[in-house]
Every structure is written in structure tokens, then in C-alpha cells.
Design a protein. Structure first.
Length: 279
């Protein structure tokens, strides 16, 4: 069987030596771009390969396309193949930031047509709480052919603009409530949110220990967020198309598939002064 949303620590421990499984470490901090590599070098889950949020999981910034624009799909496919992801590979991805970065790789793989990708539930903290071993040894890579088959999982700014405050889109902002309200904006140059958006912070999907809430609880909470809108009208966004992916993971766990991502998110949206904002 393949895992498409979550893998728990016990299941991962049982598959650490499985040649068809690959663990990916994507630890990252917005305030310190070198944090992830240093943390990986200091100790990571055995067999894990490191991918960098800025270099590997994002494309080049132009000043108008957001802080984490999507990478070129063919270049990303080459990178994924180089680290050993093939058509039959079960990918397990983790971070130490409540899944915020791990969700991005989960979405990218789904976007390129690879569904066998799951987050380590609870992240590195859950692994360590279960006395999971860490190593400083980097694994030998076994490159495989990864063929990109992009799926219809994203929209652009024009799509959002055309559907603002209409019944044809249910826009969900994954940032913290303060930034959504236009308060404490320390990352992007403009405060506020896109008109018509509702707020569901990505952290609201998690229990205090960092694991996801049970599926039934997530379903009830997300049905309240959707307020009658079908899942396929839901567009997720955040500050730069990273933490919003965790809301999509939560909807999948809740049995509410079909939502999409506005990858440019607030950082792209607010770069154009002609686009409307709510403060």
C-alpha cells in the first residue's frame, strides 16, 4: 500500500531499510536560510536526504512573483530523480516546524503527479520522543527516473482576482490570525489579506504535540470553514505558498479532496499595488 497523507513513527521505523522508501528532511527557517543544512548535518533520521526550501523547493524570485515561487517542473523532476525518487518510491517528508515546510514538498510531489508521499506525523519531534535514532551519516544516493506529470492543483493571481468575493471561489488564508488581520506584519511589505478570504491558520490542524487532529475532527472543522462551499472551489494561500499546503493536507485527511493552491499567495498579491487588499 502507499501512504498519501501521513505516516506515523512506528510505520517509518519499520520501513527504514525498505529500498522503495525514501525519507526527505526539509527543515528550514525563514529567518535563517542555512538552518536546515546545519541541522541536517548535526543529526537526521537514518537514510534521510536533505532538500532546501529556497534552492530546491522554490524557483527564482523576480520581485513580483512572491517569496517562494514554484520551481520549474522539469528542473524539480530532475532533482527529485537525482535523490532517488522514482515512480514506485514511497516518500516520507519531515521538518521540525509543525509540518509547515514538509507540506510544501508534499504538494510539489502531488503537483508533479506523484501521490505516494506522506508527512511524518508530528515531525522530527515525534521521532525523537519515540527514541528514534539520529545519524550524521549522509546516505548514498540511488538516482531514479522521475517523470513530471503536472496536475491541475494550482491557480494564479488572475484566477483569484476574477473570482474575488464571488460564489465561484472559497479562499482560505493559512497565516496566523494577527497577520490575516493586518497586525504584526514583519515579513511582507504590505499588511492585510485578500478580499473575501477566510482565515484558517495551518497550526489549527494540529494537536498540542504537533500531530494532526483525528480525521473526523478535521472534517467537522473544515466543513465549518467551507460553510457550504464544495472542496473543489477551495483555493489555499498563505504568505508565500508554503504553510498553505498543510491546509490542503488536512483537507485530504478529512476526506475533502479537490482543493488547489494559489502558490504566489500574499507576497505575490501585495507586490502589485493595483490588487485590492483588506486591512
Amino acid at each position: 500500500m502507499s501512504y498519501t497523507t501521513l505516516v506515523d513513527v512506528e510505520t517509518l521505523q519499520a520501513h527504514l531499510d525498505d529500498p522503495h522508501w525514501l525519507v526527505v528532511d526539509v527543515r528550514h527557517q525563514l529567518s535563517d536560510s542555512g538552518y536546515g543544512e546545519h541541522a541536517y548535518a548535526a543529526g537526521h533520521i537514518p537514510g534521510a536526504v536533505f532538500l532546501h526550501c529556497d534552492r530546491d523547493l522554490s524557483g527564482a524570485m523576480t520581485g513580483s512573483n512572491g517569496r517562494h515561487p514554484l520551481p520549474d517542473p522539469e528542473q524539480l523532476a530532475q532533482r527529485l530523480g537525482d535523490i532517488g525518487i522514482g515512480a514506485l518510491t514511497q516518500v516520507v517528508v519531515y521538518d521540525d516546524a509543525q509540518g509547515m515546510i514538509a507540506g510544501r514538498l508534499w504538494w510539489l510531489l502531488r503537483w508533479l503527479g506523484h501521490d505516494a508521499v506522506a508527512l511524518l506525523d508530528g515531525g522530527l519531534q515525534a521521532w525523537q520522543a519515540a527514541a528514534g535514532a539520529l545519524t550524521t551519516v549522509e546516505p548514498s544516493l540511488s538516482p531514479r527516473a522521475f517523470v513530471a506529470r503536472p496536475q491541475d492543483l494550482k491557480v494564479n493571481a488572475d484566477y483569484v482576482l476574477e473570482r474575488i468575493e464571488t460564489p465561484n471561489m472559497h479562499l482560505v488564508d493559512a497565516r496566523g490570525p494577527d497577520r490575516f488581520r493586518g497586525e504584526n506584519e514583519t515579513i511582507d511589505p504590505v499588511a492585510g489579506h485578500i478580499p473575501g478570504a477566510v482565515n484558517r491558520c495551518f497550526k489549527d490542524n494540529l494537536l498540542p504535540d504537533g500531530c494532526f487532529k483525528p480525521a473526523a475532527q478535521l472534517r467537522a472543522e473544515w466543513l465549518a470553514v467551507l460553510a457550504g462551499s464544495p472542496p473543489d472551489l477551495v483555493i489555499h494561500q498563505c504568505g508565500s505558498g508554503v504553510s498553505a499546503c498543510l491546509n490542503m493536507v488536512a483537507m485530504e485527511i478529512a476526506g475533502l479532496p479537490g482543493s488547489r493552491l494559489y502558490a504566489g499567495s500574499w507576497s505575490e498579491w501585495c507586490a502589485d499595488p493595483g490588487r485590492p487588499v483588506v486591512v
